[in-house]
Every structure is written in C-alpha cells, then in structure tokens.
Design a protein around this ligand. Sequence first.
Ligand code: ACK
Length: 303
Amino acid sequence: EEQEFRSTESLLIDLATLRSATDNFSETNKLGEGGFGPVYKGVLVDGQEIAVKRLSRASSQGLLELRNEVVLVAKLQHRNLVRLLGCCLEEEEKLLVYEYLPNTSLDTILFDPIRCKQLDWTRRYNIIKGISRGLLYLHEDSRLRIIHRDLKASNILLDQDMNPKISDFGLAKLFGVDETQNTSHIAGTYGYMAPEYVLHGLFSTKSDVYSYGVLVLEIITGKRNFGFQASGHAPDLLSYVWQHWQGGTVLELKDKNLSDGFQLEEVLRCIHIGLLCVQEEANQRPNMASIVLMLSSYSVSLP
Ligand code: ACK
C-alpha cells in the first residue's frame, strides 16, 4: 500500500544503474524477446533481481506521455500482475524495470510433454482463476483502463508456487494506441488475436477476453493454436476441444485427478467459459467481471 504514494522521481532509475545491473545489456543476460523488445535479467547493487524490458520504439515527442503512463501503471498492484518497479526514460533508452520471476513462463511448462505433468488440475484451475483476476484488475481499475493486447501463454509468468502473473501489461496503453481503439499496426500473436483485431485492427477489453479464452482452452487441453488464424481460418473449436479432451492431456488429467465429480465439473465450466470467450462476435463475449464470477461461484449439486 505504501507504494501508492511513491513519488514520480522514485520510479525513475538512471541508465547507468541499469547498464551495470545488466552487464551493459549483455547477450548472456538476455532472457528472451518480448512483444516490444528484448528482456534482460539484472541485479541491482542491493542484490535485488530485476527484469529489464528494452522498448525498441518510443518517439521522443511522446516521452512525457510515456512517463505519465509509466507512473500510473507502476502504482497498480495486484498479485496476478508482474510488478513494475520503475523505468528509465532517458534520451538513448526507454526501459521498463520489473520484478524478476525465477520460474519460466506458462508457455514453457504447459506445452512440454514432461514438464506439463507438474500442472495437475488444481494448479491449472488456479492459473485460470488467477489470470482472470489480474485481467479484471487491468480492465476495471478506475484509474486506468488497460487493454493488454498481447495476452498469451508466454506472457504468463509463474511464481515459485505456480501462481500466474501477467507480464507486459500496460504497454498498449503506454503507446497510446488504445485510445482510438483502432490501429494499423497489428502487434500481437496469431492464434490469440481476436478476429476483429486481425481483420480490422480493432481492439478492446473484448479482444483481451478472446485471448483469455484461447489461453483457457490451451490450459485445459495442453494444446496450442485454438484461435483465429492469419489465414482467416476459424477452427471448429468445439470439436477440437472435444478431440483433445478425449484423446489428449485432459483425459490423462481426468484419470489421475478428476475422479471426484466436483473437479470434473470445474473442467467443464472452464471449457464453457473458454468457448464463450472465443465467440466471433465481440459483444457476445462475457466481460472479465462475469468470468471471475463464473469461476468463483460454487455449484449447487442435486442430492
Ligand atoms: O518464457 P521466458 O523465460 O520468460 O522468456 C520470456 C522472455 O523474458 C521474453 O518475455 C522472460 N521474462 C519477461 N519478464 C520477466 C520477468 N519479470 N522475470 C523473469 N523473466 C521474465 C519471459
């Protein structure tokens, strides 16, 4: 809570500090490539581990705007969002500094035939619920309506207890492109992007909901590529889910862990939610508030 009152100045970290923390952005410190540029691991002099995101494109004219946005986003705090610790907005470099999460992303665990076994149903359900809460916070926080725009398995980081944390949030807003809800620069990932975004550059909280739906179906089945494709091909999701449910990961889950009907009902509820979210018509998709409600409501079972 005390972070709510941090001054703007305390969020700014100078370039020299981040250069030395990341060994001058060395290749060995590179964690990977994010949607807006490379990400580096760093260690501050006090020993705190950080992840430094290098923004490859930000015009100097938008610097003040960017600065204001960063200050606002840095104040947001939620257990399902990777925490933004500060930033560097100097002439040569625009950098965002996040808390470092030592576990890898959901992407590297979920689709790995061996590592995916770490994710039993209880964990998967916890991940599905956690992402929904983080996204609700981004969408509904009155101070800033943030559309994530690039929600996908590789942007979900896992903490030591396998709790999900959404990373890269706020960048869409940082670049100011969501104000018109329309862009000619389609930045995102095919398979996760909503049809109206792929086809017309339109995005909204409902296009995030679409990506969330794809994620939910991926988490349940352990298979990638549910969503609308670059080719314009919309897969028959229901039969796809059913096929993987019968023959794939979910059946394994069902045999080992879903012996009681309660968990099976959770799985079915998540499949239902996933399918609601990936509807072609944006305004037919539920909003995050109702998704969170659907995920938290207890079922009433008949005697
Ligand atoms: O799947 P990964 O190992 O986890 O590879 C990607 C890469 O950087 C590009 O996004 C990793 N990454 C991003 N943010 C963080 C962070 N806060 N802590 C640790 N790793 C991160 C991500």
